[in-house]
Ligand binder design. Structure first.
Ligand SMILES: [Zn+2]
Length: 161
């Protein structure tokens, strides 16, 4: 049995939205909290960090290499598509995900109340236990940002076993 661990990290600055219908994407779940991420794609830091953790575990190029932010194709793009690409590479490589552990650091919105919806959405892409915990920036100068840390453990059996 071969095992790999991958770490993913992402940060996006948040700004107070002038539009009433603005949403902040967290793990593919749209949150109406008056904030929006400053980003080229849909700014879903959680999706980006999970995608990078998986790609990193299996030794594939990172999200910024596969989907450059200067490519017009990636503008406002649904970050679920990045995760689907990572999952395709996981499957092609014969890997199975053991678990994914996620820490979201932001002051608003409160992650605790969103945990279930985010996990449920991630289960559309990942068939493995996913854990999410929320932390705040504790009043430091990173308050205007959302940060996500992810570790993912993967395994694959030896074909000749
Ligand atoms: Zn990102």
């Amino acid at each position: 049995m071969e095992m790999r661990i991958g770490h993913g990290y992402d940060l996006h600055r948040l700004e107070i939205s002038k539009e009433n219908d603005a949403i902040l994407m967290i793990g593919g779940f749209g949150v109406h909290c008056g904030l929006q991420a400053i980003a080229h794609s849909d700014g879903d830091a959680l999706m980006h960090a999970v995608t990078d953790a998986l790609l990193s575990a299996i030794g594939e190029p990172d999200i910024g290499t596969l989907f450059p932010d200067n490519d017009p194709k990636n503008e406002n793009r649904d970050s679920g598509e990045f995760l689907i690409e990572a999952m395709d590479r996981v499957n092609v490589g014969g890997w199975a995900i053991c678990n994914v552990d996620i820490t979201v650091v932001c002051d608003q919105p409160k992650i605790g109340s969103l945990r279930e919806q985010i996990c449920e959405n991630l289960r559309r892409y990942i068939v493995a236990p996913v854990n999410i915990k929320g932390k705040t920036h504790e009043g430091t100068d990173r308050c205007g940002a959302i940060e996500v840390h992810v570790v993912a453990l993967l395994q694959r059996g030896n074909k000749h076993e």
